[in-house]
Design a protein around this ligand. Structure first.
Ligand SMILES: NC(=O)c1ccc[n+]([C@@H]2O[C@H](COP(=O)([O-])OP(=O)(O)OC[C@H]3O[C@@H](n4cnc5c(N)ncnc54)[C@H](OP(=O)(O)O)[C@@H]3O)[C@@H](O)[C@H]2O)c1
Length: 281
């Protein structure tokens, strides 16, 4: 029976598809656009099917003959998730592994937070076996620096001493894979992080080491950061980034999840930078 992976062209989903296929499992990969480059980059042995969270009925063919699925909380699935879960149950799905996010520090009034929390409840109240995966900050977020590293060998960002135990997408996917395949994960909430806290300025240096040339870190003041990000992120998100930056070790906690669930230590940021060096060259 194939395993259904939604968000299959995404950062974590594509790694999950690759790891499942490499381990010999049948995978059905959902994307809104099976003709996209990202879909074409999935392993040839994965079955790529169309489906759109915004129109949950489009997922019915994808759910046929499936008993376990990976559900990513993103965009429309935050609001249509309950309907998707109903359709999954009707189709015979028994287990859902949910990749999402939980930030107890954020306000219930924040509309995105409250959508996430509503989805958590819908999953927990469904008749499915569920596992939540709420990772720490992704190492892959540093891809935001690709353009300036490629063209100028610099990174401009605030808070060079901001410290975060960022996590490799392959480790998040490995945790999801264990929860999909093995017993003992039902009803659990996993918070995978990387194996060590890394300062932002050190992450920049490690990318430089991986690509074989020096990359300079230029620290922005909060005011300069607002200007720098203004065309890229909504104002509310920028203010949230800046607020987080005031607590320099706010994300530094290292969770034992990756090692406990997968049996091997999490990948380091230096490893991530090597894995993605071609993106930054
Ligand atoms: N970034 C972080 O630091 C961080 C930290 C903690 C938690 N998280 C959580 O991680 C999750 C995101 O994971 P990710 O970064 O791997 O995702 P991602 O790279 O942004 O990819 C998400 C995938 O979802 C698919 N998708 C989007 N809208 C869709 C729709 N309407 N219908 C069907 N598919 C749709 C897209 O596939 P197609 O375009 O092919 O349709 C896309 O490939 C979120 O729940 C986020 O809250 C992120």
């Amino acid at each position: 029976m194939p395993i259904l992976v939604t968000g299959a062209t995404g950062t974590v989903g594509s790694s999950l598809v690759r790891q499942l296929v490499a381990a010999g499992h049948e995978v059905r990969a959902v994307t809104r656009d099976p003709g996209s480059r990202a879909a074409a980059a999935l392993p040839a042995r994965a079955e790529v099917v169309a489906g759109d969270f915004g129109r949950p009925e489009t997922l019915v063919p994808a759910l046929r003959g499936i008993d376990r699925m990976h559900l990513v909380a993103i965009g429309e699935s935050l609001t249509t998730g309950r309907r998707i879960l109903d359709l999954a149950e009707e189709a015979g799905v028994r287990r859902v592994v949910h990749l999402g996010h939980n930030d107890p520090g954020r306000d219930d009034d924040d509309p995105i937070e409250s959508d996430h929390r509503a989805l958590h409840k819908a999953i927990e109240n469904s008749g499915l076996e569920w596992t939540h995966i709420f990772p720490g900050e992704f190492m892959a977020n540093t891809r935001e620096w690709v353009a300036s590293i490629r063209t100028e060998s610099v990174v401009r960002a605030p808070f060079g001493d901001w410290t975060s135990a960022m996590v490799h997408e392959a480790d998040i996917a490995a945790v999801a894979m264990a929860a999909l395949l093995d017993e003992g994960h039902a009803g659990k909430t996993y918070v995978p992080t990387g194996p060590e806290p890394v300062r932002r300025r050190d992450a920049v240096r490690m990318i430089g080491d991986a690509i074989g040339r020096e990359v300079r870190f230029i620290e922005l003041t909060p005011e300069e950061a607002r200007e720098h990000w203004k065309d890229r992120y909504p104002e509310q998100v920028i203010e949230w980034f800046l607020e987080m930056g005031r607590y320099l070790d706010g994300n530094a906690w290292v969770s034992p999840t990756v090692e406990e669930v997968t049996g091997r230590p999490g990948r380091t940021f230096a490893q991530w930078a090597t894995d993605h060096a071609t993106d930054f060259r």
